[in-house]
Design a protein around this ligand. Structure first.
Ligand code: SAM
Length: 282
């Protein structure tokens, strides 16, 4: 089969998935979807016909398909220079706010959320922060709630990122935030910080939001890259509507906005501040 024919078959599969489950991946970018469906068929040894049948009849399998389609890669203080910018320029502006509302959209297993918590604590802003974190993956949300990661696999990288965010003379002790158990190979967020986050399973593709708040900060890093242009625009518009004027949206280092948003956000690296433009209706 030609590649374009294969893509067409996968598109048809996504329409069936949409029809018989709550999940709609039809506006994800072809590149990532094609590879992932091929992998599911290979891992479960299914023909397309069998894949469709299992999708229609086995709700548990559908959840495994969702896990296989979504990419959960993340780390503590991923791209430290961005967190450095947040520490120095973005978060201090919130010092005079009586409350700070934050939403991590596509939070994966929580490392991004705990990175922010560490910065808020460092800047004495944590007590007035309300933090929501959402992801389509139930498994990722459960992992994020536990806040326990493999020590041997992650610690060196996390510590190096952590040290890259602070001034050498003023770096806090990472052990204030994590307990380490080498025998059990665990690196665990301390309970007082775990308890600061409200985690909710939520699909960004769907219209409704699981909260009524407007936000000072919305993180959506390394999520939009998996969506096609139309879906990216729809979701960024929703973030715009849910940010206070002057509030900021933080995207991944390799993500950019299309021209439509030029006047709606002021860009500074991957941080986009919502401008104060109001649209009057006559
Ligand atoms: C590559 S991870 C990024 C994690 C984190 N934001 C970071 O940058 O380190 C992408 C996350 O987006 C989530 N995701 C994908 N599609 C989604 C959707 N429709 N709604 C909510 N989350 C979604 C995935 O489950 C995954 O956890």
């Amino acid at each position: 089969m030609q590649n374009s024919e294969l893509s067409q078959t996968y598109k048809e599969y996504l329409l069936i998935l949409k029809e018989c489950s709550p999940y709609d991946f039809s506006e994800y970018s072809d590149n990532s979807i094609d590879r992932r469906i091929q992998k599911i068929m290979h891992d479960y040894q299914l023909s397309m016909h069998e894949l469709i049948h299992k999708t229609r009849t086995d709700a548990e399998f559908v959840e495994q398909v969702v896990e296989a389609i979504t990419v959960n890669t993340t780390e503590l203080f991923r791209d430290p220079q961005v967190w450095n910018q947040l520490r120095q320029k973005v978060l201090p502006v919130l010092k005079n706010h009586p409350k700070i509302n934050i939403w991590h959209a596509g939070c994966s297993t929580g490392q991004e959320v705990y990175s922010l918590i560490i910065l808020l604590d460092y800047l004495n802003l944590l007590d007035k922060a309300d933090i929501y974190a959402t992801d389509i993956s139930k498994k990722a949300i459960e992992h994020a709630k536990r806040g326990t990661y493999r020590y041997s696999f992650n610690y060196e990288k996390y510590l190096s990122n952590f040290n890259g965010v602070f001034e050498q003379s003023d770096t806090p002790d990472i052990k204030k935030y994590f307990s380490i158990n080498e025998a059990k190979d665990t690196l665990s967020v301390k309970p007082e910080f775990l308890g600061k986050v409200k985690y909710i399973t939520h699909d960004l593709v769907k219209e409704g939001l699981p909260f009524y708040n407007k936000f000072d900060l919305i993180f959506c890093r390394n999520v939009l890259i998996y969506f096609n242009g139309a879906l990216q625009t729809k979701i960024v518009q929703r973030f715009h509507d849910n940010l206070f004027p002057g509030g900021s949206m933080v995207l991944g280092s390799h993500e950019t906005l299309n021209g439509f948003f030029k006047t709606k956000f002021a860009k500074n690296g991957p941080v986009y501040a919502r401008t104060n433009t109001f649209h009057f209706k006559y």
